[in-house]
Design a protein around this ligand. Structure first.
Ligand code: 5AD
Ligand code: SF4
Length: 602
């Protein structure tokens, strides 16, 4: 698999009620982005205090009058500070008996309003969409997949590169026409921006794009029912408060596709690494892990529902550290991968990723376990050993390198040298024979010379990854690189280098995948191939797509029984051809994960 992975993502307007909630973050840059605002129109100097202008400029006097006067007597700064922390303790905010004093319980209910959710960017955003929907569903909203019938449109956004944000701006312009058309209807259309872009741009979006009614940062989804209740009356509302402990541990995400064979389980959020090019620590906040018990609960439920694969999800998934219980907080030092350092003071104690992986993999022997996205610094031997030993942990590791040049790695503040990275690759391959490796690379980072680029090319040749995600550098405000370095590689050079890396990646991945031809592989069936209804499609252990004709085969656990493979079945496939992204073959039999692990597949 080779592709460009997408983490799809003005001046302050006088805000009548801007509530700055500075959390006591020890970390400089984040403290300035931790705020929450509620925008009401009652204090517009040009607007009578008893009436409100909706975001379309329509008078909504009357219906909202009562609401407005309650709002006037409404929240204080202290209330928001309090509610921000209370919300994290109360799992079912929409159903709580004590709604904020300026809203009745009824106003917090969705009143069957139809919500259309659109997701951009990485897998974390897909999971966030499921969390946001779970919260809204409990609050009485309905979901629609038809944009035309939506009462509320929520875009879950990404900020990682400029292009991801541009996609959202373009989408907002399209939605503007839809909103204007609906402005005089009984239920006007409301539009919200969720996730990283809401966090990064905050009030700037509300000012620049009047189409937008609601902003909710990645840690504010519990507040969506309240924000929508405010929006319902024609106000704009926002909560972009970053949290030190929000993990949505108690929210069971609603799986978007009920027939899916696999699910994503969020285990940690945020990032403390502060790579110099990256906006993530600013939009998603500090690293925090979900308690082990709640993760195991969710995986158990998914297993009971018959799902056959879970992918543990997090910005730095293998930096997992559950210190939710006092007894976990011992002084056990952290084992990093050899030759790797951190940009922050080394942490101690807590239940680590190896513990979680061990527990998760014991739940269901027929459930495949994957994880993404890890950081190369957190691969101590105990994690590698576990991946090797457990038949249901996939032998597939994503190992983002970003560059093959020491000079550039240093400027990126990645905390390792090329040599340490290559040594880790060798060590991983020794510990887990046959492991599949993938990576992320950025071309044209500040100061990258032709020689630096050639060193990246040589790293791709040396490691021979099975898959890669390649990006041209996109300067992001607030990052260290923005403040200290010069974005001095011309756009056309960045793109030319990107093309070169794509070509090399394809060649190496094709070569690596060719070694599968003639082998028998275990494939988890996902359904029919998109291109042909006579072919089935699934994924092998390395997460590579495998396509094979649908045919009647024997079931190895039920000798003599002839079956046709269904989504969620494990089958053995003899591989007959390979490209850089796909394998093809023919089906041999239906089997189980456990059974296939006891026979050496060749
Ligand atoms: N420009 C280009 N790519 C970036 N990434 C992160 N920040 C940037 C940026 N500013 C890439 C990294 C990361 C992946 C998720 O996105 O390769 O691993
Ligand atoms: Fe961004 Fe680096 Fe954190 Fe990955 S590890 S999210 S690249 S800061």
């Amino acid at each position: 698999m080779l592709g460009l992975r997408f983490r799809t993502t003005g001046v302050m307007h006088p805000l009548q009620c801007v509530l700055q909630a500075q959390r006591s973050l020890k970390w400089g840059p984040l403290s300035s982005v931790s705020w929450l605002l509620l925008r009401t129109c009652r204090a517009h100097s040009s607007v009578p205090s008893s009436s409100c202008l909706s975001s379309e400029g329509q008078s909504s006097e009357g219906v909202e009058k009562d609401f407005s006067s309650r709002l006037a007597a409404g929240p204080t700064f202290q209330h928001f500070l309090r509610s921000a922390s209370v919300l994290q303790e109360k799992p079912s905010f929409p159903e709580v008996e004590d709604p904020p004093p300026y809203l009745t319980g009824d106003e917090l209910l969705g009143r069957q309003r139809k919500v259309y959710l659109e997701t951009y960017g990485c897998q974390m955003n897909v999971n966030d969409t499921e969390i946001a929907w779970s919260i809204l569903q409990k609050s009485g909203f309905l979901r629609t997949s038809n944009l035309q019938e939506a009462d509320v449109i929520l875009l879950v956004t990404c900020s990682i590169r400029e292009k991801a944000e541009q996609t959202i701006w373009n989408r907002l312009h399209q939605l503007k026409a839809l909103k204007t058309k609906r402005s005089r209807s009984r239920v006007p259309l409301r539009i919200g921006i969720l996730g990283c872009m809401a966090e990064r741009l905050k009030g700037e979006i509300l000012n620049r794009e009047k189409t937008v009614d609601l902003l909710a940062g990645p840690d504010a989804y519990r507040d969506l029912p309240r924000l929508l209740a405010v929006v319902e009356s024609g106000q704009q509302a926002a909560n972009v408060l970053l949290s030190l402990d929000e993990t949505y541990a108690d929210i069971m995400p609603v799986q978007t596709s009920p027939s899916a064979t696999s699910a994503f389980v969020s285990i940690m959020r945020g990032c403390d690494n502060m790579c110099s090019y990256c906006i993530v620590p600013f939009t998603r906040g500090r690293e925090r892990s979900r308690p082990v018990a709640s993760i195991l609960d969710e995986v158990r439920k998914l297993s009971e529902q018959g799902l056959k694969e879970v992918t543990l999800l997090g910005q730095n998934v293998n930096s997992f550290r559950d210190n939710s219980e006092i007894q976990f907080n011992n002084a056990v030092p952290t084992n990093l991968s050899r030759g790797f350092t951190t940009n922050y003071k080394t942490k101690q104690g807590g239940l680590r990723f190896s513990h979680l992986l061990d527990q998760v993999s014991r739940i269901d022997p027929e459930m495949r376990i994957r994880f993404t996205s890890p950081h190369p610094k957190d691969f101590p031997d105990e994690v590698l050993q576990l991946i090797h030993e457990r038949h249901n942990i996939c032998k597939q590791i994503h190992l983002p390198a970003q560059s093959g040049s020491n000079r550039v790695l240093d400027a990126m503040r990645r905390g390792y040298s090329r040599e340490a990275y290559v040594a880790l690759v060798h060590h991983i391959r020794e510990c887990i024979p046959g492991v599949s490796l993938s990576s992320d690379f950025i071309t044209g980072f500040c100061g990258e010379t032709e020689d630096d680029h050639l060193q990246t090319v040589s790293l791709l040749r040396e490691v021979q990854y099975n898959a890669g995600f390649l990006f041209a550098y996109s300067m992001r405000q607030k990052t260290r690189a923005y403040h200290r370095l010069k974005d001095d590689v011309p756009e056309e050079v960045k793109l030319r280098r990107l093309e070169e890396l794509i070509t090399v990646f394809r060649e190496e991945a094709s070569r690596a995948n060719q070694t599968s031809v003639g082998c028998t592989q275990l494939v988890l069936v996902e359904g029919f191939s998109k291109r042909s209804s006579t072919d089935l499609c699934g994924r092998n252990d390395a997460n590579l797509k495998v396509i094979f004709p649908d045919a009647e085969v024997e079931d190895v656990t039920n000798s003599g029984l002839k079956v046709r493979a269904q989504p969620g079945d494990y089958v053995l496939v003899k591989i007959t051809s390979a490209s850089s992204q796909t394998l093809k073959g023919h089906i041999l039999c239906r089997t189980t994960l456990k059974d296939s692990s006891m026979h050496c597949l060749t």
